[in-house]
Design a protein around this ligand. Structure first.
Ligand code: 5GP
Length: 139
C-alpha cells in the first residue's frame, strides 16, 4: 500500500475539510482552492486513481452523489449553471491520484469557457478514422 492520498486522509478525518455530503462510500467537500464559490469535489472514500479503476458499486454511488449534489451546489451559491468534470489521468491534468468529480458553479459572464476549451488543437479526422474509432469504442 502506498501513501494514503490527501482525499483518503480527508475521508479518515485526518485532514480537515468543509464536508457537505457523506455516505458510507462517498464524500463531498469544498475545494481548498476554489475556481468559483461553491466549487465542490465528490470522491469515493476508497482510493482509486482513475475512473476505470472504480468497482461498479462505487461508481454507481459516486455518480448518484453527483446527481444529488449538482442542484444543491448550484442553488447554494445562486449560480446560473454548473460545469461538471473529471481530470481522469495525469495527461488530463489530474493532480490528486484519487478519483474526484469537480462541481464548479458558473455565473453569467464569469469569463470561463465551456468543456470544449480543455482540448488543444482539434483533430481533422477522415471518415475511415472515425469508422475505426467508432468500432473500437463499440466493441
Ligand atoms: P485535480 O487537478 O487533481 O483534478 O484537482 C485536485 C483538486 O483538489 C484541486 O482543485 C485542489 O484545489 C484540490 N485540493 C488539493 N488538496 C486539497 C485539500 O487538501 N483539501 C481540499 N479541500 N481540496 C484540495
Amino acid at each position: 500500500m502506498g501513501e494514503p492520498t490527501i482525499f483518503e486522509q480527508i475521508a479518515a478525518g485526518d485532514i480537515p475539510a468543509r464536508i457537505v455530503y457523506e455516505t458510507d462510500t462517498v464524500l463531498a467537500f469544498l475545494d481548498a482552492n476554489p475556481l468559483a464559490p461553491g466549487h465542490t469535489l465528490v470522491v469515493p472514500k476508497e482510493a482509486h486513481e482513475r475512473l476505470r479503476d472504480l468497482p461498479d458499486d462505487v461508481a454507481t454511488d459516486l455518480w448518484a452523489a453527483v446527481d444529488e449534489l449538482t442542484p444543491r451546489v448550484e442553488d447554494a451559491v445562486d449560480a446560473d449553471a454548473l460545469t461538471v468534470g473529471v481530470n481522469d489521468g495525469e495527461a488530463a491534468g489530474q493532480e490528486v491520484p484519487h478519483v474526484h468529480v469537480h462541481l464548479v458553479p458558473r455565473f453569467d459572464g464569469d469569463g470561463g469557457g465551456p468543456i470544449h476549451a480543455v482540448a488543444g488543437s482539434r483533430p481533422d479526422l477522415s471518415d475511415e478514422e472515425l469508422d475505426d474509432i467508432e468500432e473500437r469504442i463499440e466493441t
